[in-house]
Design a protein around this ligand. Structure first.
Ligand code: GDP
Length: 281
């Protein structure tokens, strides 16, 4: 059950219990600052509140934070590859989301190439190769434990030579230590910048909706290393709810670009606020 239905069910015609409301807002992963803001504003109304007031104010607060839609990925006008770096903690659905994004772009008639730069996990390379075969998208890879920056560099050259519009790089989600991972990602970014100073043009973080508020901590850490431009939120078909999109947008100003709603390649949609607020929070 989503947040709005839960609020309705919990309070109905009853008096609003502030502690319960706060717990529900925080439980929906909207973040403590927003939960407090909503409660303060409701209390400031200074009259007897109905459940509808709570629903209206909560919906309004969420709508004010989330952008209506996202611009979408357009190919570069100079004909060079637009590089999309996909990062995220292992298991969030990073490799699957890279494949889904490739398929999404290809369905729009755009040309795509994958760079298998999650070289820490042999299975990630195999997995992306398998998606590449199924979606008929070319891929550049190296062997297990190869240098991720080198793969991205080679892939860029291959994409440029072939006039490919989008290069999607699936990067590592884990290395021996966390700081190594962040250094490695920064190196990938610097290396791509040698080919095109604006590359990687998009730095997307994949977060798993079922991990709740942990996603905010992950976003903060990856943002410090990569200056993220957008989020992909996965597993919104499961027990996960998308409230963290609101917390991350409010606290870090990172918009959600895509949502994943299943394991199939087309279980993937561009963010639309209207659908998101009604169905995913
Ligand atoms: P990575 O380690 O982050 O690269 O994660 P993977 O791409 O290997 O995905 C981990 C698991 O999550 C796989 O079993 C995927 O099929 C599954 N997965 C990815 N995205 C979604 C999603 O949107 N919904 C569901 N239900 N499962 C997903």
């Amino acid at each position: 059950m989503g947040l709005f239905d839960s609020i309705l069910k919990r309070f109905g015609n009853k008096e609003i219990d502030w502690d319960d409301l706060e717990a529900m807002l925080i439980g929906a992963d909207l973040g403590a600052p927003l939960a407090m803001e909503i409660i303060d504003e409701l209390q400031d109304l200074g009259r007897t509140l109905k459940t509808q007031d709570v629903l209206d104010r909560t919906r309004e607060a969420v709508v004010n934070i989330l952008p209506e839609s996202v611009p979408g990925l357009q190919p570069l006008e100079n004909g060079k590859p637009r590089v999309v770096l996909v990062a995220g903690v292992n298991g969030t659905g990073k490799t699957t989301s890279t494949a889904k994004l490739g398929y999404f772009l290809k369905q729009q008639g755009l040309s795509v190439m994958f760079a298998a730069a999650d070289t820490f996990r042999a299975a990630a390379i195999e997995q992306l190769v398998s998606w590449a075969e199924r979606t008929d998208i070319p891929i550049v890879k190296t062997q297990y434990q190869g240098d991720p920056s080198a793969v991205c560099y080679d892939a860029y050259e291959a994409a440029e030579k072939r006039g490919i519009q989008f290069l999607l790089a699936d990067t590592a989600g884990r290395l021996h230590t966390r700081s190594n991972l962040m250094e490695e990602l920064k190196k990938v970014r610097r290396t791509m910048g040698k080919k095109d100073p604006a590359a990687p043009h998009d730095r997307l973080l994949v977060v798993d909706a079922t991990t709740g508020s942990n996603a905010l901590a992950q976003a903060r850490e990856f943002h410090a290393a990569l200056d993220l431009t957008g989020l992909i939120i996965t597993k919104l078909d499961g027990s996960g709810k998308g409230g963290m999109a609101v917390a991350i947008q409010q606290q870090l100003q990172i918009p959600t670009w895509f949502v994943g709603t299943g394991e199939k390649v087309d279980d993937f949609h561009q963010f639309e606020r209207k659908d998101f607020v009604e169905e995913m929070i």
